[in-house]
Write a protein that binds this ligand. Structure first.
Ligand SMILES: [Zn+2]
Length: 63
């Protein structure tokens, strides 16, 4: 599995998908929920809500 490019934590599939969704599908470095929250000035529950939302929309990144 890839690791977070900031803190080095092993990433979950949802974290990889959300990095792609928020930054770019072409990214090669991914961020964990903690580092995404810091980067986008939000919090982890909100990021998880976004994942659930995109999944409910049938987004391929979260299948
Ligand atoms: Zn991180």
């Amino acid at each position: 599995m890839p690791r977070c490019s900031v803190c080095g934590k092993t990433l979950l599939q949802d974290e990889i998908g959300l990095t792609r969704k928020l930054i770019s599908r072409a990214v090669t470095e991914f961020l964990c929920f903690d580092c995404l929250a810091a980067k986008f000035k939000t919090d982890i529950p909100r990021l998880k809500e976004m994942v659930e939302y995109y999944r409910s929309q049938g987004c391929m990144l979260f299948n």
